[in-house]
Design a protein around this ligand. Structure first.
Ligand code: NDP
Length: 295
């Protein structure tokens, strides 16, 4: 059944030949990435003779891998864990988005060389607005996690003029460091590293707790009962409903998973490489098929 579907989706695409443009995602580990399904569906939907592959790249070889893709005439790359910070030093030009958020998840190769972009930050708020109708200006937000995704989300939410940010992380020092950055850059945002004393408009999980079915909830419900959140967003998209989202739904919260974030960072990367509007519906369908069918 799966093999049949692959043949059908490729059949509308021009056959691979000497003119085929290539893109890739580099990461480690990479074998569960849904990006090839999403981008190949997008190329097919627009009839583009482009292909997208996933490559396992050890961080020690990242510089050589980027240079190799550039030398071979690739149109662009996506970078995922653990490459997004390393790549800041490995491109010729940093777009404002990469400078602003301090990480590169998309590279475009052209006459200017390799330009690094960040499409993750905008994708978070686009998904929050689309999937939860979130009004971020003036909102109170509890953000769990202070890794790469948590830091980007915290700074982006501050840039969107949320009123109050509560940053909670297992390693409190990392939340403190982000809180310090926000206090310096966004003086109007109230930021603390403790649980909120009352209700919040949004709870956002940016920890990796929930990826495995045996994981504990990423928050201490004695300190923050879930019914105090109007809406709960989990950046995790596999499984579709994490234990956090399950508990939040039971507590009456509006919920969404991170599929929209994955989609929007990819849609923007597609536009950066091809210069064409991304076919969002085809990309979403491909992601859902790739991630949820057979799982
Ligand atoms: P990082 O490894 O940089 O950060 C992991 C975060 O999870 C840290 O805050 C870490 O806390 C916390 N954490 C990990 N294990 C535990 C634990 N046992 N108990 C409590 N906290 C824990 O990962 P990323 O920031 O890149 O990714 C975070 C999550 O976001 C992942 O689940 C990832 O799948 C998801 N994600 C989704 C995207 C999307 O497109 N939807 C894009 C990017 C990420 P500590 O600092 O104490 O180690």
């Amino acid at each position: 059944m799966a093999a049949y579907k692959v043949r059908v989706s490729l059949s509308v695409q021009p056959a691979i030949n000497a003119a085929t443009r290539l893109c890739a995602v580099f990461g480690s580990p990479i074998k569960h990435s849904a990006s090839p399904a999403m981008h190949n569906a997008a190329f097919a939907a627009l009839g583009l003779n482009w292909r997208y592959v996933a490559c396992e790249v050890d961080p020690r070889r990242l510089r050589a891998a980027i240079a190799g893709a550039q030398a071979m005439g690739f149109a662009g790359l996506n970078l995922t864990v653990p490459h997004k910070l390393l790549a800041l030093e490995m491109v010729d030009v940093l777009d404002d988005s990469a400078k602003c958020w301090g990480a590169v998840n998309t590279i475009r190769f052209d006459e200017q060389g390799a330009t690094g972009f960040n499409t993750d930050a905008d994708a978070i708020v686009t998904s929050l607005r689309e999937d939860l109708s979130a009004q971020l200006r003036g909102a109170k937000v509890l953000l769990l996690g202070a890794g790469g995704a948590g830091r980007t989300a915290a700074l982006k939410l501050a840039a969107e003029n949320v009123a109050e940010l509560f940053l909670v992380n297992r390693t409190r020092g990392k939340a403190e460091a982000i809180a310090g950055e926000i206090r310096k850059q966004f003086k109007s945002v109230k930021v603390s590293t403790a649980y909120p004393p009352g209700a919040v408009d949004l709870l956002l999980n940016a920890t990796s707790l929930g990826l495995r079915s045996e994981d504990a909830l990423p928050l201490d419900e004695r300190q923050f009962p879930l019914h105090r959140a109007r809406a709960v967003y989990d950046m995790i998209y596999r499984p579709a409903e994490t234990p956090l989202l399950h508990a939040a739904r039971a507590a009456g919260c509006q919920t969404a998973n991170g599929l929209g974030m994955l989609l929007h960072q990819g849609a923007r990367a597609f536009e950066i490489w091809t210069g064409q509007p991304a076919p969002g519906a085809a990309m979403r369908r491909a992601l859902e098929d790739s991630i949820y069918k057979n799982s």
